[in-house]
Each structure stands twice: as C-alpha cells, then as structure tokens.
Design a protein around this ligand. Structure first.
Ligand code: DMJ
Length: 608
C-alpha cells in the first residue's frame, strides 16, 4: 500500500540495483516465453510460408518431420542455456562485465591481426652467397669523379620523379607530371620506383632507397584491373623486386615479387603453355598484341622469364614457376627451325611459327640472352641451356652477322630468307652477350667470341659517333653507301636506352681496355648535355639535329639500366662480380644459385 511504501526504510543502493535486475529478469523471461509459445502454438499453415521462391533451402534449413522432436529439444536446451547465461550476466558486477567485454575485444583484435598478416611466410631456403653488394670505389681519383657524376645524374632523375611523378609508372620531365604506356596497362604501379631501387642501393643512396621501400610497403598492390605485359612486368617488377631482396635482405621485396608472380601465372593457360603477351592482373584473362603476326606470342617475351621464374621456385618451393619455363624450353626444342633460326613469332593456340622473321634486336634479343644466363645462373650446371644458346648463336653468325663495306661488323635482320642490312640499337646489347658467353663456348672459340663482342661494341660506338649529339639512333643501316647511320626520320630517336653502354661495361670487365670507359664517358656527357632538363631526363627525337625536340619521357629503364651500367663501368670489378651475380635483361642482378645437391622442386619431368 502507499502507506506501507512511504513507511519503508530507504533501501541500500545495492538492494536497489538488485531489484532493478529482478525486474529486468522478469521482463526478459516473459518475452522469451512469448516467443517460445508462438513457435509451438501458431498454426502450421503452409500458405504462410514466406520463402516460396526456391530460396528456402538456402536461407533456412529444411526440417524433416521425424527430426522435429529432436529439434524442439535442441531449441529448448538452447533457450535454457541462454536464460542461464543472462541470469549469470545480471549477477556479475560492472567491473567483471567490463573485463569480459575487454577480453572479447582483445580476442577480436587478435583475429583481425592474424587475417591482415596476409599469406603464410615462405619456407626458409639457404640464402645464396651474396657478395660484393656495396662500395666498389675505384682507386683512381678521376674515375671516382666520373662515378660521382653518374650518381648525381641518378639523384636528379630520381628526385624529379619523386617530386613530379611519384607513384606513377614513369615521368614526363617537361610537363612535370606522371606518365605511363600500354605495357603497364591502366595502372599506377610505380614502375620507376621498383625498377630503380637496386640502382639506388648499389649507389649508396640510402634515404632515397628508404623512401622507395616505404612506398612499396604501403602502396604496391597488384590486385588492380589492368592489362599488363607479362614480359615487361617480369623483367622490371619481378626482376627488380628479387634483386632488391637479395641485395638488401628485406623480406617485403620477396613477398611482393611472389604476389605479383601469382598474378602472372594465368597467362600460361593457353592450349600450348606458351603464355599470352598480356594478362589482366585482376581477372587473369590473357591475350596477344594486335600487331603480332597472326595472333602470335613473341620469342623475346615468352623466352625471357627463365631467370626470374627459377628464383621464384627456389624461394617459394613452388614448382609451378620452374615447370612453366621448362615447358616452354622443351616445346621449342621439339620444333623445326628454318635454317637453324628461331622465328620471332609463335602462335600459342596452334604451336606453329608465325612470320619467319629473326632478329637479335627487338622481338628476339633477350631470348638468346636468357639461354646463356640460365647456364651461368645455374653455376654452369644447366648445360641444356648452354647447348641451345651455342646452336642458336652459330645459326645467327651464319645468317645474320656480316661485315659492311667499311669494315664494320653488324647484325642484320632475317626476313623470309632475305637479310635486311639494318641493325637496331637494341641489338647492340649482343656485344656484351658474346663476351659473356666466350668462356665455355664450344671448340674453344672463346677468343673468337670476345673479338666478336669487341667488333659489335665498335660498330655501335660508330653509330653514336656519326651523329650530331653523339647519341645513337634507334636503328642504323649498312646499305647503299650508308655505314651505321639512320635514314628514316622515325629511326633517328634516342630514348635513353642502355644497350650500347651495357656492352661497353661487359667489354670493360673482360678486357680492361680504357677505350670502353672513354666511350661510356662520352655517352654520359652527351646524355647530360642533351637529355637533361630541369624536371629530369628526356629522350630526343633526332640525334642528327643540333636543336632536337624532346619526347618528354623519362623511361624507367634509364634508372634501372643506363645509369647502373655507367656506374658499374666506373666502379672496381669487386662490385657485383660475375662469379656471383647474373644481370637480368633489365640490369637487375640475381645471385648465381650454387645448388650443389639441392634439386629444384619441379625439376622432375615438366608438366603443365
Ligand atoms: C629494356 O627494358 C630491356 O633491356 C629489354 O630487354 C629491352 N630493352 C629495354 C631498354 O631498351
């Protein structure tokens, strides 16, 4: 009664909270009983079924009548347990409840962290011997000065990209903004960062390296909807990341290389196992370049995966990479070769050659390079690769290499049984390749191949020396009285390419003839004079014009290759010695794998 209520003594706070809990418990039990009753006593009218569109089986479990009793028991048990838990909760103090909530939160955070940690760590493998990765300072002060100048050029190229093109694939040094080409699809994958990192490392540009590493850690994501070139992404990204991993020992580079490699694997899903030229990183759909002969894949593209893929299998223990490239090798070995030559085009659907065009320049070049380097990288145990290289080079010498009337040795292009007396800038890399392959060549022809390398270096130097800017054209002829000069306007450009300097460097390492350093210095000075602008370095459209126009592109390979080869040319030989390192076609050094008794997973008969 109201009187009794008025006369009641003031309840203690604890008693008050107990009565609140009791009321809450009462309401809760009433509510649960109502729901329980509704479940059992409402009529079972099939007309009221809500899920009659075939979704029923998906959304609620189908209940068979014999099991109905069991289900009810189960619901009742669940119900009682929930009621019991609710009661216990209400009995707990505020502090206890808070502690419980905190434990739940911590558990949730732990689970989330585990999820974010990404894929499982890769299995540990013996780290190849990593020697000569720093310093290389030359003892001669004048050489050191030149080397410092090259480092300064690298810094200018990098700083400009950092300021105007950061995160884009490349830089437009005049427009001072980002740039990209179709080889990277519609992506912003920071190609220049990935391509340049090992050069920064070798040059001791630590702050810049750190900056690049941070960008890669935080931004480099390959799950993008972009159709990229399998070859370019392999040589620049996978090669760059693997080299940087081996040089710096930072796991992040290895993880990124592996993540990207997984995205490239769908490109091999063709009837023959010869990969498509392009693959969409997100969907995995592949296709070939529209311009390539009859839907073909390109020899220099599908033939320039071996080095990186062997390292991927080595580092991950996943045989797939090794098997893919070995399958390509075996398939090529079975094919007929017109005149012993490898045509540049191969159809991945039919397994037949396309147009009979063979070149050591664009479209063919690095296929030959990787045969030799596969052998070197295997510590000279992959003799199959060496033999394939020797046979290919023998046919090339027979059909493609000639001396001009003026006595210049050049490498022409073979088109349907006819030799075109034209050599591309890209083919100039072969001087270095011949020198590198001299040791170990058949019939003790080492001297011959070293001489051939020297002759190609000389010819390519002439192609530079006969221009106004002292920079080489894209292609030059040896025809109708012409000697190492470009004729067509669209062959007169220089786009910061490395091949001639690359050959100077290899020749320097094998001969120590001072002319190679001199030629390299001439090229470096010409680049600094004619290609340098306030926003970086640009290609030029006409090397025969004293007033050239710029193409406004700072290619990523300028930082990866051209400047690296120049730096190495003015360093001592103990920086990245050939006994321990093999450079991929984008100048990314990969260690020789002294596999000894280790067998690469997948080195059993190749499958697809
Ligand atoms: C580089 O990307 C590589 O060297 C490739 O093998 C062909 N040439 C370009 C630079 O010229």
């Amino acid at each position: 009664t109201p009187v009794a209520l008025v006369n009641l003594p003031n309840p203690a706070p604890k008693a008050k909270s107990n009565s609140t809990k009791f009321i809450l418990l009462l309401i809760l039990s009433a509510f649960i009983t109502l729901c329980f009753g509704a479940f059992f006593f409402l009529p079972d009218n099939s007309k009221h079924k809500r899920f009659d569109l075939g979704l029923e089986d998906v959304l609620i479990p189908h209940i068979d009548s014999p099991k109905e009793g069991n289900l009810r028991d189960k619901i009742r048990a669940d119900h009682e347990r929930a009621l019991q838990e609710a009661k216990e909760k209400l009995r707990k103090s505020r502090e206890e409840l808070q502690a419980e909530i905190q434990t739940e939160k911590n558990k949730l955070m732990e689970d989330l962290k585990k999820k974010d940690a990404g894929p499982k760590p890769l299995p540990p493998v013996p780290m190849p011997r990593v020697v000569g990765v720093s310093d290389g300072e030359p003892p001669e002060p004048d050489v050191k000065e030149k080397r410092d100048k090259i480092r300064e050029m690298m810094k200018h190229a990098w700083d400009s990209y950092r300021q105007y093109g950061w995160g884009h694939n490349e830089l437009k040094p005049l427009a001072k903004k980002g740039h990209s080409t179709n080889i990277f699809g519609n992506s912003q994958l920071g190609a220049t960062i990935v391509d340049a990192l090992d050069t920064l490392y070798i040059m001791g540009l630590h702050e810049e390296f750190k900056d690049g590493q941070e960008w890669i850690e935080q931004n480099l994501d390959f799950g993008v909807n972009a159709e990229v070139s399998v070859f370019e992404v392999n040589i620049r990204f996978i090669g760059g990341l693997l080299a940087t991993y081996y040089l710096s020992g930072q796991e992040v580079f290895k993880m990124k290389a592996v993540q990207l490699a997984e995205k490239l694997l769908p490109a091999f899903n063709t009837p023959t196992g010869i990969p498509w030229a392009m693959v969409n990183l997100k969907s995995g759909v592949g296709r070939n370049w529209g311009w390539a002969s009859a839907g073909s894949s390109i020899l220099a593209e599908f033939g320039t995966l071996h080095m990186e893929f062997v390292h991927l299998t080595y580092l991950t223990g996943n045989p797939a990479y090794y098997q893919k490239v070995m399958h390509i090798r075996k398939l090529l070995a079975k094919m007929d070769r017109p005149n012993g030559l490898y045509p540049n085009y191969l159809n991945p659907r039919t397994g037949r050659w396309g147009q009979h065009h063979t070149s050591v320049g664009g479209l063919g070049d690095s296929f030959y390079e990787y045969l030799l380097k596969a052998w070197l990288m295997s510590d000279k145990t992959d003799t199959e690769a060496r033999k394939t290289y020797d046979d290919a080079i023998e046919a090339i010498e027979r059909h493609l290499i000639r001396k001009s009337n003026g006595g210049l040795t050049f490498i022409g292009e073979w088109k349907n049984g006819h030799l075109e007396r034209k050599m591309g800038h890209l083919a100039c890399f072969a001087g270095g390749m011949f020198a590198l392959g001299a040791d170990g060549s058949p019939d003790d022809k080492a001297g011959h191949y070293l001489q051939l390398g020297a002759e190609i270096a000389h010819t390519c130097h002439e192609s530079y020396d006969r221009t106004v800017l002292k920079l080489g054209p894209e292609a030059f002829k040896f025809d109708s009285g012409l000697e190492a000069v470009a004729v067509r306007q669209n062959e007169k450009y220089y786009i910061l390419r490395p091949e001639v300097i690359e050959t100077y460097w290899y020749m320097w390492r094998f001969t120590h003839d001072p002319k190679y350093r001199q030629w390299g210095w001439e090229a470096a000075q010409a680049i600094d004079k004619y290609c340098r602008v306030s926003g970086g370095f640009s290609g030029v459209k006409d090397v025969y014009s004293s007033n050239p126009t710029y193409d406004d592109v700072q290619q990523s390979f300028f930082l990866a290759e051209t400047l690296k080869y120049l730096y190495l040319l003015f360093s001592s030989d103990d920086l990245l010695p050939f006994e321990s390192w093999v450079f991929n076609t984008e100048a990314h050094p990969l260690p020789v794998l002294h596999l000894g008794n280790i067998t690469l997973p997948g080195s059993e008969p190749a499958q697809r």
